[in-house]
Design a protein around this ligand. Structure first.
Ligand SMILES: Nc1ncnc2c1ncn2[C@@H]1O[C@H](COP(=O)(O)OP(=O)(O)OP(=O)(O)O)[C@@H](O)[C@H]1O
Length: 299
């Protein structure tokens, strides 16, 4: 556990008398991309503030590459991209990155190549005041890349961006992880993080209620897979009767089956021979899992 770039152990946080984080454990290894999900007020921002050393831990421990939050070493190892990153509007993208490199001491990199990498080469010498929100987020990520941090904390990095900009941003996040940075992404954008992270952690009312790969969370939640069976000719009624499924239109039958029943059902459908023309399988999505874990459907 201690070899993780980010290690959060039994962390609790009180705000006055209210316990806003309760005994949270979370680790992120070098090169790992972990999504931090949770309802409004679940404690995501508080956890990020604790990692950044902006507010004190009530009990437990956080280590960033072995260093305590807020220490010079931890600050050197950590990068933070807020939801709406802001820079001095009078600086150009090139000036901002050069300034950041100088202020952060060790950051070295080919600034024009980096701005090209994040799709800002045309805006290199334009004032940031003229940048769109997506351009500012890209510049923020360029800054994160330049710092080559051990841990990157990204708070809703794609909020308010168009679909192409979102994809571009995730490609840059992948690159950040590939260079060995441990990436923690706080987000409400379930579909995005489903495809672009290695692990999902879910907070509910300050407690971590899930932390695993999507596949493992699906297995532990035991949520059903949807099978849609398409009938040949007019065999839909017969298929519905045999499987106990529901007719959803003239030619198809829908059936929900538990994970341990899936293979059994598929064999049964295969045995129906030519009455079936096709079967589509839809496993539970992160949205279903999120509802299960975050909304308290856990029994
Ligand atoms: N400075 C503060 N003083 C008192 N209570 C606070 C403070 N900041 C946050 N809280 C409370 O702590 C709890 C967790 O808030 P937090 O902002 O961490 O949630 P979040 O998961 O980031 O929510 P969102 O998705 O809305 O950003 C909430 O009940 C909030 O009201």
């Amino acid at each position: 556990m201690m070899d993780s770039a980010l290690c959060i152990r039994n962390v609790s946080k009180f705000r006055g008398k209210a316990k806003v984080l309760s005994d949270v454990n979370l680790t992120v290894k070098a090169g790992e991309r972990v999504a931090l999900l949770g309802h409004n007020g679940a404690g995501k921002s508080t956890l990020i503030k604790l990692i950044l050393g902006l507010t004190g831990i009530s009990s437990g421990k956080i280590l960033i590459d072995g260093a305590k939050p807020g220490s010079a070493s931890a600050r050197q190892s950590t990068a933070f991209l807020p939801e709406a990153v802001s820079f001095h509007p009078a600086l150009t993208g090139r000036e901002q990155l050069k300034l950041f490199a100088r202020l952060s001491g060790g950051a070295k990199g080919d600034v024009p190549a980096l701005l090209d990498r994040v799709g800002l080469s045309d805006a290199l010498d334009r004032r940031i005041g003229t940048y769109s929100k997506g351009m500012r987020q890209r510049l923020g990520l360029a800054q994160v890349l330049l710092g080559n941090p051990k841990v990157a904390l990204l708070d809703e990095p794609t909020s308010g961006l168009d679909p192409i900009s979102r994809q571009d941003l995730y490609a840059i996040i992948d690159e950040l992880a590939a260079q060995g940075t441990a990436v923690l992404i706080a987000s409400h954008a379930l579909t995005e993080v489903e495809a672009r992270t290695d692990r999902i952690a879910i907070l509910r009312k300050g407690e971590k209620v899930a932390d695993d790969t999507l596949a493992a969370l699906s297995a532990s939640a035991g949520l059903p897979t949807k099978l849609r069976i398409r009938a040949n000719a007019d065999h839909a009624d017969e298929i519905a009767r045999t499987t106990g499924g529901t007719r959803i239109n003239g030619a198809s039958v829908e059936l929900l089956c538990a994970p341990d029943q899936k293979m059994h059902e598929l064999r049964r459908i295969a045995a129906m021979g030519d009455t079936v023309s096709d079967v589509e399988m839809t496993p539970p999505r992160l949205e279903d899992l999120y509802r299960y874990f975050a909304k308290g459907d856990v029994s």
